[in-house]
Design a protein around this ligand. Structure first.
Ligand SMILES: *Cc1c(COP(=O)(O)O)cnc(C)c1O
Length: 422
């Protein structure tokens, strides 16, 4: 069944620099020719069931015809127009719909082209919020261990400093305060202490609500978010929720913070925003944040503006993705996936080397004492016909919400059988 590698692979690979990869020693990348549903078709003819929905973006599965049609229609009319001084219907409609799906007065949308950039925008917004109000000292942020907010410089500076990815660049990064999430008495004390000492230099608090994704799929309770809201109110800090991973149904509600009953001052969305088709992100602020920029003073304007801001094709894709959330039973599908993951990953609990099995929404995690040979493990998954990307100490699944029972069983079955034979 295996075909020889295609010409484009051999010719192009020497010119490509892959993300987070030691290219000398890692397994060569798999060559993908096309996608459909929850499947990736390799150039050699094999098919893999995708367990992570292209880094958590492809929530409706691949090649959904409704999104494809929307992009094609928009392509005929206008692929892109600069957003400086010019606006268009797909962006305005998307902004209106996003705000309508969020509570209260989260009502101003700043579009950008990737999650990291949208986090940068949130940090700039929060800092300038204070500057515009004449406060010059509030330029730092409070972030959390296990947190991940992107790979650009300021975004890296609010990530967990020890969690692998960014410690190399620490000399380059702005210094922020990173503490443990206030999940027990001791941590609450430490959290309170940092706030009481440093609140007057803080512009805000940034957190991934309910699930810290790239930091290891770590879960916390909604009560933690209530505590963060209370602290933000007490010390007059802006509370930023990075829902780039958790947004659009992944944790069981449209947005994770809905499960907490409290609201952020700024929310950041990306990843599944376009249903896994195009780069787009949104930083959405409450009225009081925007009001600090509304002024006779030109210097009070937010100084940011990506070339491809509010790209019309991407906005059309995002609108189509929102249509699908309205028309199709996505949250019901997440609930079904949650039940299936709980049942079918449960056998891992009894396996040697497994320290935890946890599920929330369409996220299933098997945590291990450690992973000896990550490359070998990745290769075993590919050989088993599934696309699963373990990292750190975890093997996890974040499938498309539309995945069928058979493909989901193939994913969980591969994890159970590969861990059983380790
Ligand atoms: C992926 C991610 C980012 C970064 O988004 P990019 O589009 O990769 O820049 C930021 N925050 C969270 C929570 C993410 O999961």
């Amino acid at each position: 069944m295996s075909a020889p590698p295609p010409d484009w692979l051999e010719a192009g690979l020497p010119h490509i620099w892959l993300p987070y990869t030691q290219m000398k020693t890692s397994m060569p990348p798999v060559a993908i020719e096309r996608t459909y549903g929850s499947r990736m078709v390799l150039a050699d003819g094999r098919e893999l069931v995708d367990g992570i929905a292209s880094w958590w973006t492809a929530c409706h599965g691949y090649n959904h015809s409704h999104i494809q049609n929307a992009i094609q229609q928009q392509l005929k009319v206008m692929p892109h127009i600069m957003f400086g001084g010019a606006v268009h219907e797909p962006a305005l409609r998307l902004a209106r719909r996003l705000c309508a799906s969020l509570p209260s007065d989260l009502e101003r949308v700043f579009f950008s082209d990737s999650g990291s950039v949208a986090v940068e925008v949130a940090l700039k917004m929060a800092t300038q919020y204070w500057l515009n109000r004449g406060v010059r000292t509030r330029t730092k942020f409070l972030g959390f261990s296990g947190g991940y907010h992107g790979d650009t410089i300021a975004a890296m500076s609010v990530c967990d400093p020890n969690e692998g990815m960014h410690s190399l660049y620490s000399g380059l990064l702005p210094q922020n305060h990173i503490v443990d999430l206030p999940t027990n008495e001791e941590r609450i004390k430490a959290f309170e202490l940092v706030l009481s000492r440093h609140a007057d230099e803080l512009a805000g608090i940034i957190v991934e609500p309910l699930v810290q994704g790239a930091g290891g799929m770590l879960f916390h309770d909604a009560a933690v978010l209530t505590m963060l809201r209370a602290a933000a109110d007490k010390y007059d800090l802006l509370l930023i929720f990075d829902e780039i991973f958790t947004g659009f149904g992944r944790t069981g509600s449209m947005f994770a913070y809905e499960q907490s009953g409290i609201e952020p001052d700024i929310i950041v969305l990306s990843k599944a925003l376009t249903g896994g088709t195009m780069g787009l992100a949104a930083t959405i602020a409450r009225k009081r944040v925007f009001n600090a920029f509304w002024s006779e003073d030109a210097k009070a304007a937010l100084m940011h503006g990506p070339s491809y801001m509010a790209n019309a094709l991407a906005c059309a894709a995002a609108n189509a993705s929102l249509d699908l959330f309205e028309r199709e039973p996505r949250l019901g599908q997440v609930e079904r996936i949650e039940k299936t993951l709980e049942l079918s990953l449960a056998p891992c609990r009894n396996l040697r080397g497994v320290t935890d099995v946890r599920v929330r929404g369409a996220i299933g995690v098997v945590e291990l004492e450690g992973i000896g040979d990550l490359n070998a493990l990745k290769r075993r998954f590919v050989d088993a016909g599934v696309w699963v990307r373990p990292f750190g100490r975890i093997i996890y699944l974040t499938p498309a919400f539309t995945i069928d029972e058979t493909d989901l069983a193939k994913l969980t079955g591969a994890i159970v059988s590969i861990l059983s034979s380790e």
